[in-house]
Design a protein around this ligand. Structure first.
Ligand SMILES: Cc1ncc(COP(=O)(O)O)c(C=O)c1O
Length: 361
């Protein structure tokens, strides 16, 4: 069985002038490249039909299991262009491994790591002109995903599954400078329970988060902060980002793994922290500790970490009957230093001591 993805080029690429206009203002999640990667798995034959092919809609039977039982997972990573024109991925093996863990939790077949990497890299090569120029914070966002495409009704793991990767240019997350965001501490909704799917990157987790996101917006907040589902007031994470706190005695705190997503950015920051003079600590942090620390100045900065924004300063929190700011309510110095450090690595402006970059082109 071949592990290569065969390439069929589109005969109708987006015209160059149109692509240039898109790349001038790509936004996020609005435009897609000319090609996609795909492969199919069946219980009888395993993975097959690995292809890079023109981007096109799927044809699904209305009974396709994903539409009814949400057996679906996805990933998110970026390709970065360096100043010399080369194109690189950042820790794609970590995404491949998380994809395999998500697959196990959702009773989907595991995609071998070499297939995950080959599909992503071959797609970037086929769509090279779509990788934004170096110099800013633009990138090519890559979205691998896998879903139950078997046509049947019934609650059991699907015997036919489709894997695909699509890509689209992403503009700078903070086009007019990095600003702090506020989080709504929801007590009505939780994201994940012990034994649930919180640690998996499955679409269902995000469907369940939308009502909380609406609640946050109604409260005038940018995003949601989730607490544990057992009512113990333990911080979990934000809607699409992990949470980090900086203390006045130089520690970088982040909630331990379990029901949260194991973020690649979170892991990167934990590894970089000592070099920035911070001692990393993965442990339970309660809302009470956050509130009192913000009040007495022992918690000096809070930020969220994820592929999309890299690092987002959290400058304020709001919950039922209370509101508080972190520090003076503006993005913290350590937060901005961590942000710069990660970006410098991703864009090849700093030495890659950890061997995190993988060259594509
Ligand atoms: C729920 C959730 N937490 C955390 C993250 C951050 O993960 P990463 O740093 O791998 O992007 C994401 C984004 O993928 C997410 O969706």
């Amino acid at each position: 069985m071949s592990t290569g993805f065969s390439l069929t080029r589109t005969t109708r690429p987006v015209p160059e002038a149109e692509r240039a206009a898109i790349l001038a203002e790509p936004g996020f999640g609005r435009y897609f490249t000319d090609h996609m990667a795909s492969a199919v798995w069946t219980a009888a034959d395993g993975w097959q039909d690995r292809r890079i092919r023109p981007l096109e809609p799927f044809t699904l039977h209305p009974s396709a299991a994903v539409l009814h039982y949400a057996q679906e997972i996805f990933e998110g990573l970026k390709a970065y262009r360096h100043a010399d024109g080369s194109v690189w991925l950042f820790r794609p093996e970590a995404n491949a491994r998380r994809f395999a863990r998500s697959a196990r939790r959702l009773a989907l077949p595991e995609l071998p790591e070499e297939d995950f990497l080959a599909g992503v890299m071959e797609l970037v090569r086929a769509d090279e002109p779509w990788v934004p120029a170096a110099g800013g914070e633009e990138s090519l966002y890559l979205r691998p995903f896998m879903f139950a495409s078997e046509a049947f009704l019934g609650v059991r793991p699907a015997a036919e599954v489709t894997y695909a990767v699509i890509a689209g240019p992403a503009g700078p997350y903070f086009p007019s400078g990095v600003t702090g965001v506020t989080l709504w501490v929801t007590t009505r909704y939780t994201r994940a329970a012990r034994g649930g799917t919180g640690a998996a990157k499955c679409g269902g987790n995000y469907a369940g988060s939308l009502a909380a996101q609406i609640e946050a917006a109604e409260q005038g907040c940018d995003q949601v902060m989730y607490l544990d589902s057992e009512g113990e007031g333990k911080l979990e994470e934000s809607g699409t980002m992990n949470l980090c706190l900086v203390t006045s005695d130089g520690r970088l705190l982040t909630p331990e793994l379990g029901t949260i997503l194991e973020g690649v950015t979170r892991d990167t920051i934990l590894a970089l922290a000592p070099g920035l003079g911070l001692t990393p600590e993965e442990r339970t942090v309660t809302l009470e500790e956050l509130r009192s620390g913000a009040a007495d100045g022992t918690i000096t900065e809070v930020f969220a970490a994820g592929t999309a924004a890299v690092v987002t300063p959290i400058t304020g929190f709001k919950g039922e009957g209370y509101e508080f700011t972190i520090g003076d309510g503006s993005p913290g110095e350590q937060t901005m230093a961590i942000r710069r450090t990660v970006l410098d690595l991703q864009y090849g402006r700093a030495e890659d001591k950890h061997g995190w970059l993988r060259r594509v082109l």
